[in-house]
Design a protein around this ligand. Structure first.
Ligand SMILES: NC(=O)c1ccc[n+]([C@@H]2O[C@H](COP(=O)([O-])OP(=O)(O)OC[C@H]3O[C@@H](n4cnc5c(N)ncnc54)[C@H](O)[C@@H]3O)[C@@H](O)[C@H]2O)c1
Ligand SMILES: O=C(O)C(=O)C[C@]1(C(=O)O)C=C[C@@H](O)C=C1
Length: 307
């Protein structure tokens, strides 16, 4: 078991990611105290009831008081306002991080509110589920998953090393990355796939009226995976698309071109093209496995550590 990495951690927003962080920090003894707060009284009440956090405060200002690590775990579109509210109460030498799914927008919204003498190290754990809220977290969510940190050039290496130690203590593997590169990579691996899943489930729902619910009743495994993804939190995903607009549109443009090419191959009966295409994509999945990624559903994206 690792010793405490921080004295007092403040979790702002008590949903899936923050509650998972609390259980993981507690399990590994990574902080002496974890203080939490959430915008809604109902969430704070639930947190107190289930013992989520050592202390739950009613305001963000109270939560960050004396904390040496503050974690913003709210939807990306809410990060700037939360940062503004807490800024005057941040302790000198503290670190502020976040877990948002988009990084450039967070750097721009939060960065300007961070006072001199406070470290700001944006982050993103590549782990989640379709569930949200204070009851949805669990201690093993980050086990063997990536966490990407995007420190601005000039950030104190000791502050980055400490945050890295926290994530590693929670079971994650840490890499550093530039914010724009992060947003492009995630547009391909997470954001566009979510939009495609939302669309496919929307199409099936439209069709329900003409197929008398059969699309739902006979939904096959592939479609079920889409419905899981499409059940993800609407606020979170609205904010992801509004804040990672350029990269997502770039990937969707490419996706549409490929879709048209496949559509044409189907219409013209070009079986050779279809076969060659599917052979190439199958090889990509095999390549991921050979590169050490465990792709067994539902853990696609885990980092393989053992034999
Ligand atoms: N869910 C995932 O799979 C996943 C994975 C990695 C990162 N993330 C990122 O983590 C962050 C939190 O996501 P989550 O899944 O824990 O969400 P969640 O919906 O489970 O929890 C969000 C929390 O933020 C609070 N909140 C919502 N709007 C707010 C506002 N305007 N002001 C203040 N607080 C507000 C909610 O009350 C709740 O406590 C998001 O930025 C998301 O992009 C999510
Ligand atoms: O497993 C899921 O449910 C997820 O969608 C998790 C997922 C992803 O796309 O992999 C979703 C958003 C995040 O920012 C990180 C992880």
């Amino acid at each position: 078991m690792s010793g405490p990495v921080y004295d007092r951690v403040a979790l702002i927003g008590l949903g899936l990611i923050a509650s998972s962080m609390f259980w993981a920090i507690r399990k590994a003894g990574l902080a002496r105290e974890v203080v939490g707060t959430a915008r809604s009284a109902e969430t704070r009440e639930t947190a107190r009831e289930i013992g989520l956090c050592d202390r739950v405060t009613d305001t963000v200002a109270e939560a960050v008081e004396g904390a040496d690590l503050v974690v913003l775990a709210v939807p990306v579109g809410a990060m700037g306002a939360v940062a503004e509210a807490m800024a005057p109460r941040l302790a000198p030498g503290a670190t502020v991080t976040d877990v948002g799914s988009v990084k450039r927008a967070v750097v721009e919204a939060v960065g300007p509110h961070i006072p001199e003498g406070v470290h700001f190290i944006p982050g993103h754990p590549l782990a989640g589920t379709e569930h949200s809220g204070p009851r949805s977290g669990f201690a093993t969510l980050f086990d063997n998953r990536w966490c990407l940190l995007v420190p601005e050039p000039g950030t104190e290496p000791e502050a980055v090393a400490r945050l890295r130690a926290l994530w590693e203590g929670m079971g994650a593997h840490v890499e550093e990355m530039d914010a724009d590169h992060h947003d492009l990579v995630l547009a391909v691996t997470s954001h566009a796939p979510h939009l495609i899943a939302y669309t496919m489930v929307g199409v099936a729902d439209d069709l329900r009226r003409v197929t008398d619910s059969e699309v739902i009743k006979y939904s096959a495994a592939g479609f079920r995976d889409f419905t899981r993804i499409a059940a993800s939190d609407p606020t979170m995903w609205r904010d992801v698309f509004l804040t990672n607009k350029d990269a997502t549109l770039e990937i969707l443009g490419r996706f549409t071109e490929e879709l048209f090419a496949l559509q044409r191959a189907i219409r013209t009966g070009d079986g050779e093209m279809l076969h060659a295409y599917f052979t190439r994509t199958r090889a990509i999945r095999r390549g991921i496995i050979e590169a050490g990624q465990d792709t067994d559903a539902p853990d696609f994206g885990r980092v393989k550590t053992g034999a």
